[in-house]
Write a protein that binds this ligand. Sequence first.
Ligand code: NAD
Ligand code: UD1
Length: 336
Amino acid sequence: MTILVTGGTGYIGSHTVVELHKLGQDVVILDNLSNSKLIVLDRIEQISGKRPLFIEADIRDAAALDSVFSEHDIKAVIHFAGLKAVGESVAEPLRYYDNNVAGSLRLLEAMSKAKVKNVIFSSSATVYGSPERLPIDEDCALRTTNPYGANKLQIEQMMGDLCVSDADWSVVALRYFNPVGAHESGLIGEDPKGIPNNLMPFITQVASGLRAELSVFGDDYDTPDGSGVRDYIHVVDLALGHVKALGLFTKAIGFNPINLGTGNGYSVLEMVKSFERVNEIKIPFNISPRRPGDIASCYAQPNKALTMMDWQASKGLDQMMKDAWHWQSNNPNGYE
Ligand code: NAD
Ligand code: UD1
């Protein structure tokens, strides 16, 4: 029995494939390489001693999906494939709806046809928008503020409707908080294109001299030091969350949204200080205006993951900082 991993050569997908291999699980990756590179397969093999089967295809390609399901004994799908840049989704909404929503629809149709009815979906804390309360539990109101967030919510709704229509479906929608860090080997990690939008890759690029200084977006939020607070989670902990979620298919049918976060919030300035202390590298920064659309604080109530699938994050902030820098310093230009 094999797991189909869409988007498996990407940042979170590659870390998850490594953890699946560790358990002896067979994996088929389907990815169109729109935001990843083939060399990732070599790196996965270097770490895990096993090369995943790779199919270069798009999740919107129904024929390609049908042949994957007919040629392999797929028992479940982990669905990472998607575009993920919030700003880009505002500028190019139709591209996002097509790739993310229509792509997920094609995938669910192919799964339905093949009678493969177990799926883990990469959702995001972005579905809580400006959160109703803190810490954020899975019952908080769902409201999104940009097309990327709307995509995640629509895909969740589509999956929920499918579960209502057919009790054989089991869907786990993992709502990630802020994934950071890299595999401890330094062989796989996050490889953003161009100027990073997210905090952690920006910090590591300042550390390596690629960027002059970090702009801290706002120091006047209602938080202890005025900078934005987020729930950063080590990508390997996140990957292990997917492995645990596979165990839910035998006991939980229907639609199950589950937060993957640590429950701890750290501010931008705390992140900078922590990186500087752990890696002994100074990060020059300036205080800039708030970034439009940002919220003051966002952190998870992670108890549902513990009760339902016996998962909790185990890697702390120091490990995230150390591993993020190990990856960046070993691969200053990413996978180039
Ligand atoms: P990533 O860009 O590194 O990986 C996504 C992969 O999907 C890439 O390899 C890309 O080539 C592939 N892909 C995109 N569109 C495709 C298509 N139409 N057909 C086939 N392959 C396609 O991103 P990531 O950080 O690993 O994120 C994985 C998933 O997790 C995404 O769905 C993202 O929205 C979600 N997510 C990410 C974060 C984060 O901070 N990284 C947070 C919350 C949720
Ligand atoms: C962003 C996305 C969110 C996505 C998440 C993880 C937006 C509005 N939201 O969330 O949908 O799920 O990434 O990929 O883009 N910061 C700086 N300077 C920087 C970069 C960031 O000060 O150069 C601050 C931000 O203001 C924020 C914190 O760092 O307070 C984290 O930012 P970021 O890494 O972009 O993640 P989110 O905004 O939480």
